[in-house]
Ligand binder design. Structure first.
Ligand code: MSP
Length: 486
């Protein structure tokens, strides 16, 4: 029983690896902050937690961009990867590993995987003809197009016909459908599971073209040097090579399978078809869950330079700081739906919730309790936060963190902030202090404890702020103890 618990005690979460052809933006930050919040939460729960993020650095899209900028692809991806890393450090993202698909270890593992599938006869040489969108780095069906164009990139796909190595897909289709239906391979929320099931039940999957003849910026096939690996085949394997896997089939890392692949809705279909079939063909367990979140919109529309509605992540950080940005992005709306943000609304929310709400509460409670003698139970709580956290989890967070309902979790926390501020206004402790010492101590004791609860709940969301609040309460606690000893 005991060992059972320990063995289940792991949490492995991934973000998509981001294309290294452009600088990081708010959408990338959104997914990555969310993964960080989930990872920090699970870590506090005592689970062996691993969070992976990184860069997708091969393929036509990157090659084209490097040519435009007069750089080698390697120079381009080195620069962009550094920008992402810097942003993650500024946003206080505590990743366990930052994987880059140009890492030697990753490249070797991809080649071993290809060789293994080729030897098994699951990869074979064929010819592929189809409509290819370089923006998506995917073949599209006629039915995906709107007015003959890729709806995500607003450009016409190219007709591509070339010799290509193919991965057998259809032979695993039924098995995949079963695994999704049984929940062994969970796609969450439910509506996305249904969308994928109806896609899979509606047509026979075509074999997947996994190599390119004309894209030199990629991993060469070990059995045919005139081809490079299709970028999604290369990219998906990051989820295991990011754990240090070298491609040895008999030595899959212990942390695999991932508990959650966190992705935006734009890349669901590939994650729910290509990736699980690759794994099934390899005989490796599927990830436990794909969690799909919605997109961030600005003023109701997709952000675009042409529309002039881009909200920069740097602009947010300058205005609201690291924790302010984390809070505003993840409290803006339901994580699994599209979320609309505007600078005006964020400024208003910053003022209401952070400056006047939390900020005001902290300064009032700390000031008013300056020479308050805290009772035993509060002191114990502050010294032993695990107990408080356990209570808070059941009473305040409920199952919001498991379901990644971050805005709901924050709303529940802010109810305490609002109630506490109201309690101060209603009871006027500065007057009680003069008229009724017992009541003053009771009121302030409650407020200190509630603020301490808030600080504990905020650790995953706003780590620096949580630490500052805890410190300001702890300092006071230490001073009191010190007074006693004197
Ligand atoms: N390289 C692929 C993923 C390979 S994973 C094996 C890719 N990269 S990407 O740079 O285009 O990043 C896409 C991801 O960025 C989305 O899935 C989502 O997580 C995030 N976002 C990009 N724009 C977004 C919004 N506007 N809103 C929220 N997140 C979005 O696709």
């Amino acid at each position: 029983m005991f060992f059972g618990n320990i063995m289940n005690n792991k949490f492995y979460i991934t973000t998509p690896i981001y294309y290294a052809n452009a600088l990081p933006h708010i959408g990338h930050a959104y997914t990555t902050i969310a993964a960080d919040i989930a990872a920090r939460f699970h870590k506090l729960e005592g689970e062996k937690t691993f969070m992976l993020t990184g860069m997708d650095e091969h393929g036509a899209k990157i090659q084209e961009k490097a040519e435009d900028e007069g750089k080698t692809p390697q120079e381009l991806v080195d620069g962009v990867s550094d920008e992402f890393k810097n942003l993650w450090s500024e946003l206080n993202i505590e990743y366990s590993n930052f994987i880059r698909t140009t890492n030697e270890n990753h490249k070797k593992a991809v080649q071993k995987t290809l060789q293994h599938l080729f030897d098994k006869g699951v990869i074979y040489k064929g010819e592929y003809e189809g409509l290819y969108c370089t923006g998506c780095e995917q073949f599209l069906n006629e039915s995906d197009l709107v007015d003959g164009k890729c709806p995500d990139h607003n450009r016409e796909p190219e007709i591509m016909k070339e010799e290509s190595y193919m991965l057998k897909m259809e032979e695993r289709q039924e098995e995949l459908i079963e695994k999704i239906k049984s929940g062994e391979f969970e796609i969450y929320p439910e509506r996305y599971k249904n969308e994928i099931l109806s896609f899979l039940e509606g047509q026979e999957l075509k074999d997947l073209s996994i190599s390119r003849k004309n894209v030199s910026w990629g991993i060469t096939l070990p059995f045919d040097e005139t081809h490079t690996t299709y970028v999604w085949f290369d990219a998906f394997l990051n989820y295991i090579t990011g754990l240090g896997w070298d491609g040895d089939m008999s030595n899959i890392p212990e942390r695999w399978p991932a508990n959650v692949h966190l992705i935006g809705k734009d890349i669901l279909r590939v994650h729910a078809t290509i990736w699980p079939i690759m794994l099934m063909q390899l005989g490796i367990d599927l990830p436990k869950k794909i969690f799909v979140h919605g997109h961030i919109l600005s003023g109701g529309k997709k952000m675009s330079k042409t529309l002039g509605n881009v909200i920069g992540i740097d602009e947010m950080r300058e205005k609201f700081g690291t924790d302010g940005t984390r809070y505003l992005l993840l409290s803006a709306g339901t994580f699994s739906d599209d979320v609309d943000i505007t600078m005006e609304r964020m400024i208003e929310k910053y003022n209401n919730d952070l400056a006047n709400g939390l900020g005001n509460l902290v300064s009032r409670v700390v000031k008013l309790s300056e020479d308050l003698d805290l009772n035993e139970s509060i002191r114990e709580a502050i010294v032993e936060p695990a107990i408080i956290r356990e209570q808070c989890k059941t009473d305040i967070l409920g199952d919001t963190m498991e379901k990644m309902e971050f805005s709901k979790a924050l709303e529940n926390i802010w109810n305490i902030v609002r109630e506490s501020n109201k309690k101060i206004e209603d009871t006027k402790p500065w007057e009680l202090k003069k008229t009724d010492q017992d009541k003053f101590e009771a009121v302030m004791g409650g407020l200190v404890l509630d603020l301490f609860r808030v600080s504990q709940l905020l650790i995953p969301f706003m780590p620096e702020t949580a630490e500052k609040i805890k410190k300001s309460l702890e300092t006071k606690e230490r001073e009191i103890l010190f007074e006693r000893i004197k």
